[in-house]
Design a protein around this ligand. Structure first.
Ligand code: MTE
Length: 321
């Protein structure tokens, strides 16, 4: 199998994240007093305060998921991203997000189902309940975020297309638009980006098709207009800007498994007891907390063991990583 590696940027060109984080925190502290007061004074504020950058999502239904968690700062979550279609560096997706065209947008659903077809983004936004759920997201490298997602349970959307008993997995495919997206003009990854879930994972009530975050529509860099969120898995399972979902009988070959099967498995469950070949996964650093933040213990299934451990009963998770 051909191995493609993401080209690395010379270290001299990279400002270490903790350095720019601290610099930004300083700037924010200097300029932020008045803004913070304004935010606090805003009337009708929801449990999670909206940053007021993008269009608000109306008639949100709040759920109890993660109510005890403190959301990551919006600026941190939207300025440090992986979305290779928009560029390789962590800053490129935010800088290039304007290139992503999110309307019109159609999700095609096909494969092992009785009613293959398609559904437009506006129908997804209006025909299914929009829920706001606070979930942890943990990226495989170093960082963890707590995000108030807005979305619809993936199971509701999938059920409409009537999967058959042959649908053992789903394959999710992201946008293909090399004319507009700079990362897709180079073979940095095999395009399009592909993710997959076992059907019971896809139908699990915690799994969301996200359409927004922090009470607003999803920013391009975070996967607008439709993105997968599976809170007990590593962040790389979060396929962004999804255009197609296919019900399949065999386990799909996902982008990261195709690239580096020894490092990234199909399941990608957060598991502090199974190390990545190049680093320990036992501890994590909250995104936005800077150089001196204490790393904390990573929790099994990212803290969702009670809800999902049964899906993997009897499996050797060091082999099925
Ligand atoms: N989806 C697409 N289409 N392209 C990508 O490059 N990167 C993945 C995932 N989804 C990626 C993608 C990786 S490696 C991570 S860690 C998460 O998106 C990051 O999501 P975030 O930027 O919203 O934190």
């Amino acid at each position: 199998m051909q191995r493609i590696r993401i080209p690395s940027v010379p270290s001299s060109e990279i400002t270490p994240r903790p350095v720019w984080e601290d610099r930004r925190r300083f700037l924010r502290a200097a300029a932020g007093g008045a803004a913070a007061a304004l935010l606090l004074a805003r009337p009708g504020q929801a449990a999670v305060s909206r940053p007021g950058r993008l269009a608000p999502i109306a008639d949100l239904q709040e759920t109890a998921h993660g109510k005890d968690l403190k959301p990551t700062d919006y600026d941190d979550f939207t300025s440090y991203n992986n979305f290779v279609e928009l560029g390789v560096s962590k800053e490129a997706p935010a800088n290039n997000a304007h290139l992503l065209r999110t309307r019109p947008w159609t999700l095609k659903v096909e494969g092992e189902c009785e009613a293959p077809g398609e559904i437009g983004i506006e129908d997804i936004l209006t025909q299914f309940s929009q829920e706001e759920r606070i979930y942890r997201l943990r990226c495989v490298e170093t960082w963890a975020a707590v995000v108030p997602w807005v979305g619809v349970p993936l199971s509701l959307v999938l059920a409409r297309f009537k999967p058959t008993s042959k649908a053992k997995f789903v394959e999710l495919e992201s946008i293909s638009d090399p004319d507009r997206l700079p990362g897709q003009r180079r073979p940095v990854l095999p395009w399009p980006y592909v993710e997959g879930l076992r059907i019971d994972e896809a139908m699990h009530p915690l799994t969301l098709l996200a359409t927004g975050c922090y009470g607003e529509v999803l920013p391009g860099q975070n996967g607008a207009p439709l993105r997968l969120v599976v809170p007990w898995k590593y962040g790389f399972k979060s396929a962004k800007s999804i255009v197609r979902i296919r019900f399949v009988e065999e386990m799909p070959e996902t982008t990261w498994v195709r690239l580096q099967p020894d490092e990234y498995g199909f399941y990608a469950n957060v598991n502090p007891t199974v190390d990545h070949p190049r680093w320990s996964q036992a501890r994590e650093r909250p995104i936005g907390e800077g150089l001196f933040a204490r790393r904390r213990q990573t929790q099994m299934f990212n803290g969702y063991a009670e809800q999902v451990a049964d899906l993997y009963r009897g499996m050797d998770l060091s082999r099925h990583y």
